[in-house]
Design a protein around this ligand. Sequence first.
Ligand code: TYM
Length: 332
Amino acid sequence: PARILSGMQPSADSLHLGNYLGALLNWVRMQDEYDAFFFIPDLHAITVPQDPEILARRTRITAAQYIAGGVDVEKCTLFVQSHVPEHAQLAWVFNCLTGFGEASRMTQFKDKSQKQGADHASVGLFTYPILQAADILLYNPQLVPVGEDQRQHVELSRDLAQRFNSRFGETFVVPQPAIQKDTAKIYDLQHPNAKMSKSAQSPAGLVNLLDDPKTIAKRIKSAVTDDGSEIRFDRESKPGISNLLTIQSVITGTPVAQLETDYQGKMYGHLKVELAEIVVERLSPIRQRVEELLSDPAELDRLLAVGAEKARGFAAGTIDEVYRKVGFLPAR
Ligand code: TYM
């Protein structure tokens, strides 16, 4: 089967609804059909300062959320990035194939470094997308299931694959982003023109997978809505309502057009109450499963060790080939 690969940063105590609907749900759907690699990019997390204990804890919590959300370790390869040193090894080679100007054009770096003040941003944050290209190309996946905000990073990995291939001979598959149109972007509940993000100014716009039911219901019920009263999908003039309709549509599998019909003549409040119930019902079992998994960290670590072993088996082959092709003298 064709291969897929993706990951989510362990940079918060919980994934949010955007991560879940924009990425995790698609992974789970795809793992039956594809040879899937899912990992936790902890190397990426330290591109901004992290407390060591918190980082380790969040790495486990993120793994637990993958599994609780439906990632099946029997079907796919689940691992932690830092357990597979080949990621950093390939990233170095790609650092040397990427132009300074090319890296400077990555919009996520521009956003994040602006937030921190350009002088405080680390060089790691600058080369972040190059490490991401290494993550991807190490495993030669055809598809990379991500949300819209990762499109540019996948583009860079395509460029680097082509560049390496033309310079050193056919080596890498040129991957495609797999971006689900309707869930590509879930928006902040308070600022429905900004994407839902862990770094939002206020938590009120976020629904976290691990929030308790009360908090989830409250966040959804106090979501910002729009002028007018009609429940209709219109990203331009009704970004708040459109976001709520998207969320409901993706969770229930009901097309947005059908929801529009169902809610005809009803009030915004009606939609919110129903949606709050739907989201709580979907997330509660995930939260419970995460708690169970975290109650046995040794078992979780064992699963991750098995995954790392499988991943290394693959990644080591890629590094051997790359090192030979760039002219490194084989170690004896
Ligand atoms: P991260 O951790 O920011 O996000 C994880 C995934 O969630 C998606 N996502 C969203 N989708 C819809 N609406 C939103 N509001 C929303 N917010 C986030 C992201 O698009 C992503 O798919 N650089 C990556 C991690 C990474 C990676 C990789 C991904 C490192 N190496 C290799 C794929 C392949 C990141 O920071 O994602």
